[in-house]
Design a protein around this ligand. Structure first.
Ligand code: BG6
Ligand code: MG
Length: 209
């Protein structure tokens, strides 16, 4: 019997993945590196620096660690200007009513996100109130596909992985959930991934699991 849901944030609860794309695209264009939605899909769930390495690997130049840190900062600055424009209306009614219903059914809810910008997103969208625990890029040393972020979320909830679903849009996130011993629920790109335990078509399908 499951007691909790651990949700990825970007691409599951909110559509910040489009802001990640725009901000990386601006950097890639400036550096003359080809970048499209297919490359962007490979960045889902992956940490900021690992994402940058993937993008730079598509160009021919090599850069120092200082230059890479500056590129990551440049992307994050632009990304945060997009996030600051978010409001509670950026969270769909479907997501809000599903979270409300899960709470009404007695489930404990947590965030399990690689993003260091999680606190800003939760604040701008007024979503913090739904969650009993938040595990994010600020409390981990290994990003997805390592299971650390989800194991920490379960620990913060005081539960074992077998008692929790992990809800993800990224293959790296499904890999992390599997590695941690969670039951994985896949939405969007992750719904078509072979390792996903339970694919769903739309967020409210969670209520039928
Ligand atoms: C994940 C996104 O949630 O967070 C990745 O899917 C992103 O695309 C990662 O790279 C890290 O985000 P941030 O906000 O710390 O740069
Ligand atoms: Mg995601």
């Amino acid at each position: 019997m499951k007691k909790a849901f651990i949700f990825d944030l970007d691409g599951v609860l909110c559509f910040t993945d489009k802001y990640h794309f725009r901000a990386w695209k601006a950097l890639a264009d400036r550096l003359g590196i080809p970048f499209d939605e297919n490359v962007n899909d490979r960045l889902r769930g992956v940490s900021r620096m690992a994402s940058l390495e993937i993008i730079l690997s598509l160009g021919s130049a090599s850069y120092s660690e200082e230059e890479k840190a500056a590129f990551a900062e440049e992307k994050n600055e632009l990304y945060r200007t997009f996030l600051k424009g978010m409001t509670p209306s950026d969270i769909t009614q479907e997501v809000r009513s599903t979270l409300d219903e899960l709470r009404r059914r007695g489930y404990r809810l947590a965030i399990g996100s690689s993003s260091k910008n999680t606190p800003l997103i939760l604040e701008r969208t007024d979503m913090a109130k739904y969650f009993d625990a938040v595990s994010d890029g600020n409390n981990i040393t290994h990003s997805k596909p390592d299971p650390e972020v989800f194991l920490k979320a379960a620990e913060f909830l005081g539960l074992r992985p077998e008692e929790c679903y992990v809800v993800e849009d990224a293959e790296a996130g499904i890999d992390a959930g599997c590695a941690g011993g969670f039951t994985t629920v896949g939405i969007g790109p992750a719904a078509h991934y072979a390792k996903t335990d339970m694919p769903i078509r739309t967020f409210a399908d969670i209520l039928q699991l």
